[in-house]
Design a protein around this ligand. Structure first.
Ligand SMILES: CC(C)(COP(=O)(O)OP(=O)(O)OC[C@H]1O[C@@H](n2cnc3c(N)ncnc32)[C@H](O)[C@@H]1OP(=O)(O)O)[C@@H](O)C(=O)NCCC(=O)NCCS
Length: 436
């Protein structure tokens, strides 16, 4: 599927018009202009309740944002140097889908940096920003939009559904033991520059094995490797990689250690753990769990079926807390439904309700024995009826359709819902190891 460069998509005229009526100027920001970049960065940091960004942080953000479409909302009569009162940025990211390789990836309009100044809250600015992103994505032919959220009650109204759950894992290393066999390769410490490069390369190779993963970017890997813009936590980052018996790097871990007060013992936070083989994953988890003087290991954004609970001798020593992370919003139902592979053959008619109209329609979904789908508009009576947020939740295969049905989000007879749910299910579980 062809991708587009989000930076070529102009500011949405409808949001521009609506916000202008309220005295605001909604426009694409020229982030190459230093003053505009500084103001955008300061507004975004303030929006997330952070302090003023340092010059180094601004430089790092600018490098990332130059690849993105940055939109700001300004007071119409503001001076040129004024901070925007609303920010958002977006880019078209490749997202993996069930299918297991790069051919079943889809262009996704990734939305980030949604902030509104606390002085301007609840005046419809976020609505203008979000609706503007959806119209921009749809106008560019991008079939799906996505975001990660700090609050889970904001985005359903725009048709987003929580689609890619992740787990936060805590291992009590004093009680866990270890039962997995020794992996045949070897572990080595790596310098942080090399770690950043390897995290990026490994992620890009490994991510197609699970649906829901998006391509990363340089600033992300530098930050995970502790080469961000100089926070205290960054200063204690370390990295280890795993080489297989042929000497090929198959996995890497970026982590920090923190002393538990007065104990000479430590807790380890895994910032990123990426592995493209089971051996590499087992070896790197083993490195963390069996590390001397470490009592506790924490890792966030792990797959809900992470095998660590089977690698240790005592599963009770592993706490796995599952929560929503990746949210999706289908904009073009036929394109989205055609792009992925399915787990079972099926011939069904689904009615998708979308108040915004983007994905609204009734579609015959015909899935062959190989899991490939044909999708056609139809006037036939639907077997299954659901709204676009619900379909978006189930789309990547990580949220069971039967669970959504049990919550009253899907209409249709039980057999039709179960059959569609079985086809949508993805194994291994989708995941998303990136915040954006
Ligand atoms: C969340 C935030 C972007 C909302 O901006 P805003 O301009 O005040 O929102 P709007 O006035 O456009 O509100 C649009 C709708 O969202 C609702 N809403 C806004 N903030 C909400 C919140 N925190 N929780 C739940 N609903 C919220 C509004 O009630 C309104 O609902 P309605 O139109 O259906 O009646 C803003 O408060 C903010 O910047 N917060 C800090 C940064 C942040 O959390 N960003 C989100 C990152 S995921």
């Amino acid at each position: 599927m062809n991708s587009v460069d989000a930076r070529t998509v102009p500011a949405d005229p409808e949001s521009a018009r609506r916000l202008r009526e309220q005295g605001f100027d909604y426009r694409v920001v020229d982030i190459a202009d230093y003053g505009s970049a500084v103001a955008f960065a300061q507004a975004a940091e303030r929006g997330f309740l952070g302090g003023a960004p340092s010059d180094a942080e601004i430089e790092r953000m600018r490098e990332t944002w130059e690849e993105r479409r940055n939109v700001g909302v300004y007071e119409a009569d503001a001076v040129a140097s004024a901070l925007p009162v609303g920010t958002v940025n977006s880019w078209v990211a490749s997202m993996s889908l069930p299918g297991g390789d790069a051919r079943s990836a889809i262009p996704m309009w990734a939305i980030s940096m949604v902030t509104v100044a606390a002085t301007h809250r609840r005046r419809g600015i976020a609505r203008g920003l979000l609706e503007g992103e959806l119209r921009a994505a749809a106008s560019a032919g991008v079939p799906v939009a996505g975001l990660t959220v700090t609050e889970a009650t904001i985005y359903g109204r725009y048709g987003f559904g929580p689609a890619v759950p992740v787990s936060r894992i805590a291992v009590d290393a004093r009680a866990s033991g270890w039962r997995a066999p020794q992996a045949p390769g070897r572990l080595e410490y790596v310098g942080l520059d090399e770690l950043a490069r390897e995290l990026g390369e490994l992620h890009e190779r490994a991510r197609f094995a699970r649906a829901g993963q998006i391509a990363g970017w340089r600033g992300r890997w530098l930050g995970q490797a502790g080469l961000g813009a100089g926070s205290k936590k960054d200063a204690s980052a370390r990295g280890v990689h795993y080489r297989d018996v042929d000497g090929v790097v198959r996995g890497a871990i970026a982590y920090t250690l923190k002393e538990l007060p007065g104990s000479f013992r430590n807790s380890m936070t895994i910032r990123q753990l990426v592995a493209e083989t089971d051996d590499a994953l087992s070896a790197l988890w083993g490195f963390a769990v069996n590390h001397d003087l470490v009592d506790r290991i924490e890792a966030d954004l792990r797959p809900v079926d992470d095998p660590v609970v089977r690698l240790v001798a005592n599963p009770h020593a592993v706490d796995v807390a599952v929560r929503d992370h990746g949210w999706l919003r289908i904009l073009d139902a036929p394109a989205a439904l055609r792009a992925r592979r399915y787990a079972a053959s099926l011939d069904t008619v689904i009615r998708v309700e979308d108040g915004y109209g983007f994905a609204d329609g009734t579609w015959r979904l015909s899935i062959d024995a190989a899991g490939a789908a044909e999708v056609e508009a139809t006037d036939a009576a639907p077997d299954v009826v659901l709204d676009v947020a619900t379909l978006s939740s189930a789309y990547a295969g990580g949220v069971p359709l039967t669970q959504l049905a049990a919550a009253g989000r899907v209409q249709g007879d039980a057999a039709a819902v179960t059959a569609l749910g079985r086809a949508l299910h993805a194994d291994p579980a989708p995941t998303l190891s990136i915040w954006y």
